[in-house]
Design a protein around this ligand. Sequence first.
Ligand SMILES: [Zn+2]
Length: 130
Amino acid sequence: MTEAQRTSRGIALEDLGGIRERVRLRKPQRVTLHSWSFAQLGTYIACKARRARIPVAHVDPRYTSQQCSGCGHTSRKNRPDQATFVCTSCGFAEHADVNAARNIAARAVAGWAVSHAADDAAEPTPARRG
Ligand SMILES: [Zn+2]
């Protein structure tokens, strides 16, 4: 049993489809290359995780970099520069990548709970089967 299994943890990744569509409009060459290598990395992680029986969740990537992981306030102004996140609403400050990663993790947990609630609802209990 791996550490991730023992602790019931998983891996959350941004869903790539949206990113590629959205950013290609601006800088075609660079973004295609970036998306390709990121997609390769995602595939590699998913493959490794499957072997280790670690769940992987793909989340909606929109505004993960502009949303405050503390209070949820979303604004472009929360990003004074590439590396910095400072919430204009609550003052929460963090490295921008760390803040975005917290948002991705939170979305994965929320999505996981919803998808598993659906699984539980679909599975009939012995009493219901009669
Ligand atoms: Zn905030």
